[in-house]
Design a protein around this ligand. Structure first.
Ligand SMILES: NC(=O)c1ccc[n+]([C@@H]2O[C@H](COP(=O)([O-])OP(=O)(O)OC[C@H]3O[C@@H](n4cnc5c(N)ncnc54)[C@H](O)[C@@H]3O)[C@@H](O)[C@H]2O)c1
Length: 342
């Protein structure tokens, strides 16, 4: 199929792009590179543009004879969304409307959307099924839920088909070690811990150790990015106009922040400097997915469910790319020298 991936130069989008190309699809990334990286997209597959630009997207969809859109592009940091909701509504709600309008103009009738566990907000019953009430507690979650509504209403009125994926914590790197997670404004636990390990950050902040969990830190469900890519391939291949479905994508198991930190320390082979600070607003204590619906209906089955495998893959990439995809701003640190003394 001919596929158009908004946000295809980002972490999850580029992993999906590479997976889809490997599996015989024709795919291009459309990304404004605000967080994405040219180096994460195979040559000739990147169109630089913003999802606010409906004309540019519609031209591209028409000229590439696109069959389906995978919509990853978004502003996706919870703390930033609390400080700057205007940018989040513009990027995630108006941006999604732009993608849908470009699809209508160019006759594309299938969309796969990257939504999030943050649309559920606080919820007592874990693991969480897709029928759990969607009551987001932070602007990031609200904007992604509003985007879900837009997609559902457009689909009904204009004959589109959709698959909504609510990811839990996307994590890990290419198992082959060639690609990894690298944003300018990082807010995810594993890349932050590993940035401390390669000397790019002074310490890891852990937000709260007074949650009602086994060690007091937050419990999250980490799902490997290659497993997400596999789910997208299955969805692309089974989605038809008129269809509407939503799936949680997680491993079904919860891991605490301190357990992730310990897995990182085990992977790197030395202690990672960290500090426990106050809770952040909007962080639920526990988020664990029930992935049964995706397993049953898509035939999906996550392969990398052990946190040590996930962290190990992230570390293989980070240790060989201490500056991520970017040229080093200062003389490169000799990675081996950095580890020698620890
Ligand atoms: N990473 C996670 O744990 C996680 C969890 C739940 C949901 N999600 C969702 O998955 C999607 C991908 O997340 P990610 O972790 O890969 O994030 P990311 O920041 O690495 O990727 C997002 C990409 O979108 C691009 N982008 C942002 N705004 C754009 C715009 N206006 N026009 C064009 N391109 C734009 C960025 O440059 C970036 O390449 C997002 O929609 C996010 O909300 C991610």
């Amino acid at each position: 199929m001919n596929l158009f991936l908004t946000g295809g130069a980002g972490y999850v989008g580029s992993a999906c792009l590479r997976h889809l190309l490997k599996n015989g699809h024709n795919a291009i990334a459309y990304d404004n590179l605000i967080e994405g990286n040219r180096g994460s997209v195979p040559g000739g597959r990147l169109v630089v543009g913003d999802i606010a630009d409906v004309d540019a997207m519609a031209d591209c969809m028409r000229s590439e004879r696109i069959d389906a859109v995978l919509h990853f592009a978004a502003a996706a940091s919870v703390p930033e969304s609390i400080k700057n909701p205007e940018f989040y509504y513009r990027s995630n709600v108006l941006g999604t409307k732009g993608v849908l309008d470009a699809m209508r103009r160019s006759g594309v009738r299938r969309i796969i959307f990257s939504s999030t566990a943050a649309t559920y907000g606080f919820h007592a019953r874990m693991p969480m099924t897709e029928d759990a009430p969607q009551t987001p507690q932070v602007p990031y979650g609200s904007t992604k839920l509003a985007a879900e509504w837009l997609i559902k209403d457009y689909a009904k009125a204009y004959g589109m088909g959709y698959t909504i994926f609510r990811y839990f914590n996307a994590s890990g790197a290419d198992i082959d070690g060639e690609h990894g997670e690298d944003r300018r404004d990082e807010s995810h636990l594993i890349p932050l811990a590993l940035a401390v390990a390669v000397g790019r950050r002074p310490r890891l902040l852990i937000f709260g150790d007074d949650f009602e969990t086994q060690d007091g830190t937050c419990v999250r469900d980490y799902i490997h990015v290659d497993d997400l890519a596999q789910a997208h391939e299955l969805a692309v291949e089974s989605l038809e106009p008129g269809m509407g479905r939503a799936f949680n994508l997680g491993s079904g198991t919860g891991v605490t922040v301190l357990e992730v930190l310990r897995a990182c320390e085990e992977a790197v082979g030395f202690p990672i400097n960290h500090e426990i600070v106050d809770r952040r607003p909007g962080d639920p204590g526990v988020l664990i997915a029930c992935p049964q619906r995706a397993m049953r209906q898509l035939g999906w089955s996550p392969r990398y469910t052990d946190i040590r495998q996930i962290v190990g893959s992230a570390w293989r990439w980070r240790r060989t790319h201490p500056d991520g995809y970017r040229e080093p701003a200062e003389p490169a640190i000799e990675v081996d020298a950095l580890y020698a003394g620890r």
